[in-house]
Design a protein around this ligand. Structure first.
Ligand SMILES: *Cc1c(COP(=O)(O)O)cnc(C)c1O
Length: 423
């Protein structure tokens, strides 16, 4: 037996999370064989049991109509509260600091309304160069809305020439260069393109040192890397739930707002009835009085059908435990890295642009393909491997510790090997 395969089988045998795989629907090829799905960074797979919570909600609607808002179990009026315990576990927050609502970009706008508070010289926003387009558009439009020119008001941090990823020292140096001008620092945890994890705690400390707020887009971070948003003093964070949180396409996103702001009524915010003090929400009175904590940023009643799916998906992650998931994730990704390196030790065709230090990445590896990238991607697709392609030349591969196996990584290696040899 090839040595790598033997290693893979041993690792699968001792994997404490292996029973989770059978709790997911794994997409199949035309012959009914499970595909190798390494695309949970884009859309997480469906846990089989989500149908149970979803059906409960559908049934409640069938049998109770509007009374479903109030009838036990799981009345819709307070349904968002059922998601808090697992969200708090996943983000390292107190329950009152997190809430599931809207979608990521909407939440980013709402958070910027409150936490981007330009005044005098201090009106600039720091971002990583090549930020996800939706984040760029959100920032540009917020700046224009406040009367600033994005060209002038956005400070982008670039990798060093010839490099793909950022250095913490460079980020901090740029912050200090502009220390009187920056109002908000907005970073991802895990960068969607390179897979680099940028230390949230260090960024937050540095931002606060220069008097700026620190916000994070955790689309690729929640459910991927254990977080301590409360202890790290993060001002706000936003995320979507359909990637590592396996909550279904377009499902409710979420926000974290630090306890410091739980009853801060001086912050500007765009308000809606669901953020209003619940004791008098239905008195339909004038004058907005926010709920305590993150709940005070809600606009609307939560999408119950999405939240039903999400409720189960989040509970599953919390039950597996972020620390356990991370442990397996590091092993899986290390194994993937060693397989790719064994194939192409000199990096002549595939250059992994994700940092090789496990502390600086989640489960995704981004392979920069030097020759024939799109063709290689098509070959992998034909071989029933689901990965994704990002222009100009990157294949992102993200084995997920909840449902992927070491053997699948080995099979990926075999197929990659036969494909590379075709050149
Ligand atoms: C996936 C992703 C989004 C998606 O935004 P939606 O508002 O949920 O459509 C935004 N930002 C980043 C960095 C992402 O990776």
């Amino acid at each position: 037996m090839p040595k790598l395969l033997d290693t893979a089988l041993q690792l699968d045998k001792s994997d404490l999370l292996k029973h989770y795989r059978e709790q997911f629907h794994i997409p199949k090829d035309e012959e009914g064989k499970a595909k190798i799905y390494f695309c949970g960074n884009s859309l997480g797979l469906q846990p089989k049991k989500v149908t149970q919570y979803l059906q409960e909600s559908l049934h409640k609607w069938q049998s109770q109509g509007v009374e479903g808002h109030f009838e036990e179990p799981a009345p819709w009026l307070t349904y968002h509260i059922l998601l808090k315990a697992s969200l708090a576990h996943i983000t390292g927050a107190h329950e009152h600091e997190v809430v599931a609502m809207n979608n990521l970009t909407t939440n980013l706008h709402l958070m910027m309304v409150s936490f981007y508070r330009p005044s005098g010289q201090r009106y600039k926003i720091m971002l990583e160069a090549g930020a996800f387009p939706s984040d760029q558009y959100a920032v540009e439009s917020q700046l224009r809305f406040r009367g600033y020119d994005p060209e002038d008001a956005i400070i982008e941090v670039q990798p060093k020439p010839g490099e793909e990823t950022l250095h913490m020292d460079d980020i901090i140096a740029r912050m200090h260069e502009h220390k009187e001008e920056i109002a908000l620092v907005l970073f991802p945890g895990v960068q969607y393109y390179t897979g680099q994890y940028i230390d949230i705690q260090k960024i937050t400390e540095a931002a606060h040192e220069i008097g700026a707020k620190a916000g994070f887009d955790l689309a690729h971070t929640v459910g991927n890397i254990p977080l301590q948003l409360h202890d790290w003093n993060v001002d706000f964070a936003v995320w979507c739930s359909y990637k590592y949180l396996n909550s279904g396409p377009g499902s409710n996103g979420g926000v974290f707002v630090h306890e410091h702001y739980a009853s801060d009524t001086t912050l500007t915010r765009f308000a809606g009835w669901w953020g209003h003090d619940e004791k008098e929400r239905f008195q339909m009175k004038k004058g907005f009085r926010p709920m305590y904590g993150a709940d005070g940023w809600q606009l609307s009643n939560v999408n119950i059908l999405s939240a039903s799916v999400q409720r189960f998906a989040l509970e599953m992650i919390a039950q597996a435990g972020m620390e356990n998931l991370r442990k397996k994730s590091i092993q899986l990704t290390d194994f993937l890295e060693s397989c790719i390196q064994e194939l192409d030790p000199e990096g002549q065709q595939i250059k992994i642009i994700t940092p090789s230090n496990p502390e600086e990445r989640g489960c995704q590896l981004s392979m920069f393909v030097l020759r024939g990238g799109k063709h290689l991607f098509q070959k992998l697709t034909e071989a029933s491997i689901v990965v994704d392609w990002r222009e100009p030349n990157v294949i992102r591969v993200a084995p997920n510790p909840l449902y992927n196996t070491f053997e699948e990584v080995y099979r990926f290696y075999e197929i990659l090997k036969s494909t590379l040899h075709a050149y």
